[in-house]
Design a protein around this ligand. Structure first.
Ligand code: ZN
Length: 181
């Protein structure tokens, strides 16, 4: 009798997710399957249509390394629109306009989905800003922004393929030179 009681208690705890560091073999199969899938988020932001090679840049822009909520990052997914794409899901976070503008520089085709109650409440198409303030590092080592406390500033010189021009040293940089500040 006493033994059965303790088993029941254990099962209840498992359902609540309280049992930690269990061996995989002792976790019920269904539960394991569920955990291996990337979970949907109930509230937060999903950034879709990121070029595969910019996926981790987006994670860097949003400082997801230090985010406390759920973060799912997927790359090399098939996309009809852009070939291969990445998706970044961030639970419990809404993006600032500044963050959206930064994403637009590395992922001009991206869509930002705002999620509420597991549903897409709003879809925002990012737009490359005309002036890029303090987002991108200038690749010119003698540029003032690399030698003094001056925030960087770039203008869009060309949209496709993206070329940006430094306000201070006039260096023109392409997508491959772009490094986030
Ligand atoms: Zn410069």
């Amino acid at each position: 009798m006493a033994k059965r009681k303790s088993i029941n208690k254990k099962m209840r705890n498992t359902r609540r997710g309280k049992v930690r560091a269990k061996k995989a073999s002792s976790v019920p199969k269904e539960e394991l399957k569920r955990e291996l899938k990337i979970s949907a988020i109930d509230e937060g932001t999903v950034i879709d249509h990121i070029p595969t090679d910019a996926t981790f840049k987006v994670a860097e822009i949003l400082d997801l390394e230090n985010h406390k909520g759920i973060v799912s990052i997927a790359t090399n997914l098939q996309s009809k629109r852009i070939g291969k794409k990445g998706i970044v899901k961030v639970g419990g976070k809404s993006l600032t306009q500044d963050e959206v503008n930064k994403i637009a520089i590395v992922a001009p085709e991206a869509t930002v989905n705002i999620i509420k109650n597991y549903d897409v409440k709003e879809k925002i198409k990012v737009k490359t800003p005309e002036i890029i303030d303090n987002v991108v590092k200038c690749s010119n080592p003698i540029c003032i922004t690399n030698n003094e406390q001056v925030p960087t500033k770039f203008y869009i010189a060309r949209k496709d393929p993206l070329k940006i021009k430094c306000h201070y040293c006039e260096r023109i940089m392409g997508k491959e030179d772009i490094e986030i500040v």
